[in-house]
Write a protein that binds this ligand. Structure first.
Ligand code: NDP
Length: 313
């Protein structure tokens, strides 16, 4: 099998590891790329000098392609873009913003640009902006999420119908069977976050990884819609947000409860009660912390077996 996503990035398997804040450093990205997927450094939680260091370490860790994710609302985005260009990064995934702003500038430097969307309306904008591919991410996904709450199963066929771009599906996918389902619906690759947070190489705190493998169905919720919808684990912090929302809190009230660096407190420093723990619904199906390379290989083996078995349905 060789499709447009594999060709675009020059990778063996169309399995892309999401560039998650606080979890996706060079160790995870390098391990995924070495195993034949596409590893991505999550720059949203990195100061510019840290990003440069992470890119350099990733280049030393793998000779295979890897990318960097930049949330377009990142405060020092100009510096991140400059570093990406200077360090010769060849693949950039952008999210949470207008794809028109940076796509051409990056492409002029020979960089492939992929943008993440949560609706087919935005997917068309991605195509108009000239991006090389699009990721459609459903409501099941962890972290920043679409306001319309469209699920991955509903989203993929509609984005497929709306654009001709190479299509990568995300949200609720953690297994080879999930990957096959996404591909039957029209995706040419998958982006996986939650499964890789619970990997040996993820830079997330051990408490956070354990929280994932011990979680049950219904343990995550899409919260803070007035600020920025985020899927996270229900905990003391989230309960306070919920109570304030129920009492009609304004965006400003919620921002005050949120404060600064909540995600770092939870995902990186390991405070499971007061931190913001961004993770997808599929966390409840993840039962073990494993090396990232094993995760890539397992997904591919299961995908290949399920592909053969599906003929018997
Ligand atoms: P906050 O404003 O609460 O805190 C900023 C955090 O980002 C701090 O922990 C800080 O680290 C770190 N940081 C890294 N670089 C910078 C910088 N140049 N200026 C200021 N702070 C920086 O933000 P959040 O934790 O909610 O989000 C941080 C970033 O991650 C944002 O850019 C946001 O867009 C992105 N994000 C992306 C998500 C996604 O799903 N893709 C989800 C959530 C956030 P320190 O504490 O060491 O100062």
């Amino acid at each position: 099998m060789r499709n447009r996503v594999q060709e675009l990035f020059g990778i063996e398997y169309p399995i892309i590891q999401a560039g998650m804040i606080w979890c996706s450093g060079w160790e995870l990205a390098g391990a995924v790329s070495n195993a034949g997927g596409l590893g991505i450094i999550g720059s949203g939680s990195m100061y510019p000098d840290i990003l440069r260091e992470e890119i350099r370490k990733c280049k030393a860790a793998t000779s295979k392609p890897f990318g960097v994710n930049i949330p377009l609302l990142y405060p020092d985005i100009d510096k991140h873009i400059q570093i990406i260009v200077e360090e010769g990064v060849k693949i950039v995934f952008t999210s949470a913003g207008n794809p028109k702003t940076w796509t051409k500038i990056l492409q002029e430097q020979g960089i492939k640009v992929v943008h993440v969307v949560s609706s087919s309306k935005f997917a068309k904008k991605v195509e108009d902006a000239g991006c090389d591919a699009v990721v459609c991410e459903g409501f099941e996904a962890g972290g920043h999420n679409g306001r319309e709450e469209t699920t991955t199963f509903v989203l993929i066929p509609q984005v497929r119908a709306a654009t001709n771009l190479p299509l990568i599906a995300a949200g609720g996918i953690a297994t080879g069977k999930g990957m096959l389902a996404a591909m039957v619906l029209g995706a040419e690759g998958v982006q996986i976050g939650t499964r890789f947070v619970a990997s040996v190489e993820s830079s997330g705190h051990t408490n956070f990884k354990n929280c994932i493998v011990n979680s049950q169905e219904g343990d995550t919720i899409l919260s803070m819609k007035k600020v920025m919808p985020v899927r996270l684990v229900k905990n003391d912090f989230q309960k306070r947000i919920q109570e304030a929302e129920d009492k009609g809190a304004t965006k400003e009230d919620l921002e005050q409860i949120l404060g600064r660096a909540r995600a770092k407190k939870g995902m990186f420093e390991g405070d499971m009660n007061e931190g913001e723990l961004e993770i997808g619904q599929i966390a409840s199906f993840v039962k073990e912390i494993k090396p990232a390379g094993d995760i890539v290989r397992e997904i591919w083996v299961e995908f290949s077996a399920a592909r053969k078995a599906v003929g018997e349905l």
